[in-house]
Design a protein around this ligand. Structure first.
Ligand code: ADP
Ligand code: MG
Length: 249
């Protein structure tokens, strides 16, 4: 089947539940993410934000519910799952670059090894991406020679090298020294304004305010409240969201 309905959502979670043993970490999660939408997920530690991200690209199996990505309902394994992983880029708190490979090699690895693309083609794209995230001059260096902010920008370039349809960010700036947070958020803001579909778990409320189309507040495994950022920050509806905001703002 073709993908002719371009305004169908890119990602749809319906009735998603996830347990770790007795612990119910995702409770009947329903979330629909439009193409080009930027959704910021906030909430207390342990509320299930990382598990939600990992469920979306199936790094974490779910117990029940449906996840539909780009019109395809995803099984727990097999080829559609491998396809999904290459179509959803993920950036974590820890940069996870290969220490013994240069920055350029790190960025080229996925497309060349996983997708079997021609190295010469991938190299051009990778250099373009390194330029776009502002670290073209670091291409031949090793991760340890870069600052944390530069390493995280390299990790973003690496994810983009797979030409994903969506990007998931799980606290991408939480491990950075404060002076490096801005340069990473700037790259993310650029991606958002270019129309990338993004799910971003972050405590950076400035980013949420100016880059998000929607803020989703999570607590105890549930999506408790969602609104556009202006509405959410000005007038959170639930006591839990009010309480959370009073602690972080
Ligand atoms: P957040 O990212 O919002 O801090 P997480 O999604 O990491 O929350 O965790 C949600 C809950 O699931 C927490 O109680 C956490 O301790 C638990 N949890 C996360 N990963 C695992 C795991 N692999 N095994 C068992 N419990 C886990
Ligand atoms: Mg987390």
């Amino acid at each position: 089947m073709g993908r002719m309905m371009t305004n169908e959502p890119l990602i749809v979670l319906s009735g998603v539940n996830k347990w770790f043993g007795e612990l119910h970490v995702l409770k009947d999660v329903n979330l629909s993410i439009a193409r080009g939408e930027v959704v910021v997920v906030i909430g207390p530690s342990g509320s299930g934000k990382s598990t939600l991200c990992r469920a979306i690209n199936r790094l974490e199996p779910i117990n029940n519910g449906d996840i539909v990505f780009d019109g395809t309902r995803l099984p727990q394994e097999g080829r559609p799952l491998a396809r999904l992983r290459s179509e959803v880029g993920m950036v974590f708190q820890s940069f996870n670059l290969f220490a013994h490979k240069t920055i350029l090699e790190n960025v080229m690895l996925g497309p060349v090894k996983v997708r079997k693309e021609k190295p010469a083609v991938v190299r051009e794209r990778a250099l373009g991406l390194l330029d776009r995230v502002g670290i073209a001059a670091q291409a031949e260096k090793y991760p340890a020679q870069l600052s944390g902010g530069q390493q995280q920008r390299a990790a973003i370039a690496r994810a983009l090298a797979m030409q994903p349809k969506a990007m998931l960010f799980d606290e991408p700036t939480s491990a950075l020294d404060p002076e490096m947070v801005g340069e990473v958020l700037e790259v993310m803001t650029g991606l958002a304004s270019e129309g990338m579909t993004m799910v971003v778990v972050t405590h950076e409320m400035g980013f949420a305010r100016h880059a998000a189309n929607r803020v989703v507040f999570m607590a105890d495994g549930q999506l408790v409240e969602e609104a556009d950022p202006k509405t959410f920050f000005a007038s959170p509806r639930t006591d839990r969201a009010k309480d959370f905001l009073s602690k972080i703002l």
